[in-house]
Ligand binder design. Structure first.
Ligand SMILES: Cc1cc2nc3c(=O)[nH]c(=O)nc-3n(C[C@H](O)[C@H](O)[C@H](O)COP(=O)(O)O)c2cc1C
Length: 196
Protein backbone atom coordinates (compact mmCIF):
# COMPACT_ATOMS: atom_id res chain seq x y z
CA UNK A 1 0.00 0.00 0.00
CA UNK A 2 1.24 3.51 -0.80
CA UNK A 3 2.09 5.47 2.34
CA UNK A 4 2.49 9.21 2.72
CA UNK A 5 4.33 10.89 5.60
CA UNK A 6 1.73 12.46 7.88
CA UNK A 7 2.84 15.82 9.37
CA UNK A 8 -0.29 16.21 11.48
CA UNK A 9 0.18 16.65 15.22
CA UNK A 10 -2.91 16.42 17.39
CA UNK A 11 -3.31 19.27 19.90
CA UNK A 12 -5.11 16.94 22.32
CA UNK A 13 -5.66 13.21 22.64
CA UNK A 14 -7.76 11.85 19.75
CA UNK A 15 -8.12 8.49 18.12
CA UNK A 16 -5.61 8.09 15.29
CA UNK A 17 -8.54 7.74 12.87
CA UNK A 18 -9.10 11.48 12.98
CA UNK A 19 -5.62 12.56 12.00
CA UNK A 20 -4.88 9.63 9.70
CA UNK A 21 -7.93 10.35 7.53
CA UNK A 22 -7.16 12.63 4.63
CA UNK A 23 -8.44 13.14 1.09
CA UNK A 24 -6.14 11.63 -1.54
CA UNK A 25 -6.67 11.81 -5.28
CA UNK A 26 -4.61 8.79 -6.33
CA UNK A 27 -6.75 5.71 -5.85
CA UNK A 28 -5.76 2.12 -6.50
CA UNK A 29 -8.07 0.46 -9.06
CA UNK A 30 -8.49 -2.44 -6.59
CA UNK A 31 -12.28 -2.82 -6.31
CA UNK A 32 -14.15 -2.47 -3.04
CA UNK A 33 -16.04 -5.66 -2.24
CA UNK A 34 -19.80 -5.69 -1.72
CA UNK A 35 -19.06 -6.36 1.95
CA UNK A 36 -16.77 -3.30 2.13
CA UNK A 37 -19.45 -1.14 0.57
CA UNK A 38 -22.14 -2.51 2.89
CA UNK A 39 -19.94 -1.64 5.89
CA UNK A 40 -19.54 1.95 4.73
CA UNK A 41 -23.27 2.49 4.39
CA UNK A 42 -23.99 0.57 7.58
CA UNK A 43 -21.86 3.12 9.45
CA UNK A 44 -23.82 5.95 7.79
CA UNK A 45 -27.12 4.25 8.65
CA UNK A 46 -26.43 4.46 12.38
CA UNK A 47 -25.72 8.19 12.33
CA UNK A 48 -27.71 10.50 14.58
CA UNK A 49 -30.26 12.87 13.04
CA UNK A 50 -32.84 15.36 14.21
CA UNK A 51 -36.01 13.42 15.24
CA UNK A 52 -34.25 10.39 13.74
CA UNK A 53 -35.61 11.22 10.28
CA UNK A 54 -32.37 10.03 8.60
CA UNK A 55 -32.62 12.61 5.80
CA UNK A 56 -29.86 11.21 3.62
CA UNK A 57 -29.65 9.28 0.40
CA UNK A 58 -26.47 7.84 -1.09
CA UNK A 59 -26.27 6.80 -4.75
CA UNK A 60 -23.12 5.02 -5.86
CA UNK A 61 -21.58 3.12 -8.73
CA UNK A 62 -18.43 1.06 -9.02
CA UNK A 63 -17.63 -0.46 -12.43
CA UNK A 64 -21.22 -0.97 -13.51
CA UNK A 65 -23.00 0.38 -16.56
CA UNK A 66 -23.93 3.68 -14.86
CA UNK A 67 -20.38 4.61 -13.97
CA UNK A 68 -19.91 6.87 -16.98
CA UNK A 69 -23.05 8.78 -16.03
CA UNK A 70 -21.75 9.22 -12.47
CA UNK A 71 -18.35 10.42 -13.73
CA UNK A 72 -19.96 12.87 -16.15
CA UNK A 73 -21.55 14.81 -13.26
CA UNK A 74 -18.17 15.75 -11.81
CA UNK A 75 -16.52 19.03 -12.78
CA UNK A 76 -13.61 18.23 -15.11
CA UNK A 77 -10.97 19.04 -12.47
CA UNK A 78 -12.44 16.38 -10.20
CA UNK A 79 -13.31 13.95 -12.99
CA UNK A 80 -9.67 13.87 -14.02
CA UNK A 81 -8.70 11.84 -10.95
CA UNK A 82 -11.98 10.69 -9.38
CA UNK A 83 -13.07 8.75 -12.46
CA UNK A 84 -10.18 6.37 -11.73
CA UNK A 85 -11.38 5.56 -8.22
CA UNK A 86 -13.12 2.19 -7.91
CA UNK A 87 -16.14 3.78 -6.23
CA UNK A 88 -18.00 7.04 -6.80
CA UNK A 89 -20.95 8.19 -4.70
CA UNK A 90 -23.31 11.16 -4.43
CA UNK A 91 -24.88 12.36 -1.20
CA UNK A 92 -28.34 13.94 -1.10
CA UNK A 93 -30.11 15.62 1.83
CA UNK A 94 -33.90 15.54 2.13
CA UNK A 95 -34.26 19.31 2.40
CA UNK A 96 -38.04 19.45 1.76
CA UNK A 97 -40.53 16.92 3.04
CA UNK A 98 -43.55 15.70 1.08
CA UNK A 99 -45.77 18.04 3.17
CA UNK A 100 -43.62 21.08 2.30
CA UNK A 101 -41.55 21.47 5.47
CA UNK A 102 -37.88 22.36 5.21
CA UNK A 103 -36.14 20.72 8.18
CA UNK A 104 -33.37 23.02 9.35
CA UNK A 105 -30.91 20.22 10.06
CA UNK A 106 -31.26 18.02 6.97
CA UNK A 107 -27.91 19.04 5.51
CA UNK A 108 -26.22 18.83 8.89
CA UNK A 109 -27.60 15.31 9.38
CA UNK A 110 -26.52 14.19 5.91
CA UNK A 111 -23.06 15.54 6.69
CA UNK A 112 -22.96 13.52 9.89
CA UNK A 113 -23.85 10.38 7.95
CA UNK A 114 -21.11 11.10 5.42
CA UNK A 115 -18.55 11.54 8.20
CA UNK A 116 -19.58 8.24 9.78
CA UNK A 117 -19.04 6.61 6.41
CA UNK A 118 -15.68 8.31 5.93
CA UNK A 119 -14.38 7.25 9.33
CA UNK A 120 -15.63 3.68 8.90
CA UNK A 121 -13.79 3.65 5.59
CA UNK A 122 -10.63 4.93 7.28
CA UNK A 123 -10.90 2.18 9.91
CA UNK A 124 -10.96 -0.35 7.04
CA UNK A 125 -7.98 1.13 5.18
CA UNK A 126 -10.24 2.77 2.60
CA UNK A 127 -9.79 6.44 1.72
CA UNK A 128 -12.55 8.87 0.79
CA UNK A 129 -12.49 12.24 -0.93
CA UNK A 130 -15.52 14.56 -0.90
CA UNK A 131 -16.21 16.76 -3.93
CA UNK A 132 -18.43 19.84 -4.06
CA UNK A 133 -17.18 20.39 -7.61
CA UNK A 134 -20.11 18.82 -9.42
CA UNK A 135 -22.86 19.90 -11.82
CA UNK A 136 -25.78 20.18 -9.39
CA UNK A 137 -28.57 20.13 -11.99
CA UNK A 138 -26.99 17.16 -13.77
CA UNK A 139 -26.73 15.28 -10.47
CA UNK A 140 -30.51 15.49 -10.04
CA UNK A 141 -31.42 14.99 -13.68
CA UNK A 142 -29.05 12.16 -14.49
CA UNK A 143 -29.41 10.30 -11.19
CA UNK A 144 -33.18 10.68 -11.08
CA UNK A 145 -33.41 12.42 -7.69
CA UNK A 146 -36.25 14.95 -7.28
CA UNK A 147 -34.71 18.41 -6.91
CA UNK A 148 -37.87 19.67 -5.17
CA UNK A 149 -37.34 17.36 -2.22
CA UNK A 150 -33.64 16.62 -2.19
CA UNK A 151 -30.46 18.69 -2.44
CA UNK A 152 -27.28 17.15 -3.71
CA UNK A 153 -24.53 17.88 -1.19
CA UNK A 154 -21.45 16.52 -2.86
CA UNK A 155 -19.87 13.55 -4.56
CA UNK A 156 -17.23 11.34 -3.00
CA UNK A 157 -14.64 8.94 -4.30
CA UNK A 158 -13.56 5.93 -2.27
CA UNK A 159 -10.95 3.24 -2.60
CA UNK A 160 -7.56 2.15 -1.40
CA UNK A 161 -4.76 4.61 -1.92
CA UNK A 162 -2.66 4.27 -5.05
CA UNK A 163 0.72 5.60 -6.15
CA UNK A 164 0.81 9.40 -6.73
CA UNK A 165 2.66 8.83 -10.01
CA UNK A 166 -0.69 8.25 -11.69
CA UNK A 167 -1.63 11.92 -11.09
CA UNK A 168 -0.76 14.90 -13.30
CA UNK A 169 2.28 16.78 -11.92
CA UNK A 170 0.41 19.67 -10.25
CA UNK A 171 -1.82 17.27 -8.32
CA UNK A 172 1.05 14.93 -7.55
CA UNK A 173 2.83 17.71 -5.65
CA UNK A 174 -0.23 18.27 -3.45
CA UNK A 175 -0.80 14.57 -2.78
CA UNK A 176 -0.14 14.38 0.95
CA UNK A 177 -1.99 14.91 4.24
CA UNK A 178 -2.05 18.62 5.07
CA UNK A 179 -1.82 19.93 8.61
CA UNK A 180 -3.45 23.31 7.95
CA UNK A 181 -6.13 23.39 10.61
CA UNK A 182 -7.43 26.28 12.70
CA UNK A 183 -6.21 26.26 16.29
CA UNK A 184 -8.54 24.75 18.90
CA UNK A 185 -9.11 28.14 20.53
CA UNK A 186 -10.57 29.50 17.30
CA UNK A 187 -13.20 26.80 16.80
CA UNK A 188 -14.34 26.11 20.37
CA UNK A 189 -15.02 28.66 23.07
CA UNK A 190 -16.05 28.14 26.67
CA UNK A 191 -18.93 30.40 27.67
CA UNK A 192 -20.60 33.42 26.04
CA UNK A 193 -18.88 35.19 23.14
CA UNK A 194 -18.14 38.71 24.35
CA UNK A 195 -16.73 41.59 22.29
CA UNK A 196 -12.98 41.49 22.69
C1 LIG B 1 -18.08 18.89 1.19
C2 LIG B 1 -16.68 18.79 0.64
C3 LIG B 1 -16.44 19.22 -0.64
C4 LIG B 1 -15.16 19.10 -1.20
N1 LIG B 1 -14.96 19.42 -2.52
C5 LIG B 1 -13.80 19.10 -3.11
C6 LIG B 1 -13.65 19.19 -4.52
O1 LIG B 1 -14.58 19.55 -5.26
N2 LIG B 1 -12.44 18.84 -5.06
C7 LIG B 1 -11.40 18.42 -4.28
O2 LIG B 1 -10.34 18.10 -4.84
N3 LIG B 1 -11.52 18.31 -2.93
C8 LIG B 1 -12.68 18.61 -2.34
N4 LIG B 1 -12.84 18.45 -0.99
C9 LIG B 1 -11.72 18.00 -0.15
C10 LIG B 1 -11.26 19.12 0.80
O3 LIG B 1 -10.51 20.06 0.06
C11 LIG B 1 -10.46 18.50 1.95
O4 LIG B 1 -11.31 17.70 2.72
C12 LIG B 1 -9.84 19.57 2.83
O5 LIG B 1 -8.84 20.30 2.14
C13 LIG B 1 -9.19 18.98 4.07
O6 LIG B 1 -8.23 18.03 3.69
P1 LIG B 1 -8.30 16.52 4.21
O7 LIG B 1 -9.66 15.96 3.86
O8 LIG B 1 -7.19 15.83 3.44
O9 LIG B 1 -8.09 16.52 5.68
C14 LIG B 1 -14.09 18.58 -0.42
C15 LIG B 1 -14.37 18.17 0.90
C16 LIG B 1 -15.64 18.26 1.42
C17 LIG B 1 -15.90 17.77 2.82
Amino acid sequence: MTRHPNPRVAAARVDALFIDRWSPRSFSPEPLTDADIASLFEAARWSPSSSNVQPWLFLYETDGPDREVFDSILKPRNREWASKAPFLGFIFANTRTADGREPRTAQFDAGAAWMSLALQAQAMGICTHGMAGIDVDAAHEKLGVDIELWTVMCAFAAGRIGPPETLPPELRERERPKDDRKPLGEIAHRGILRAR
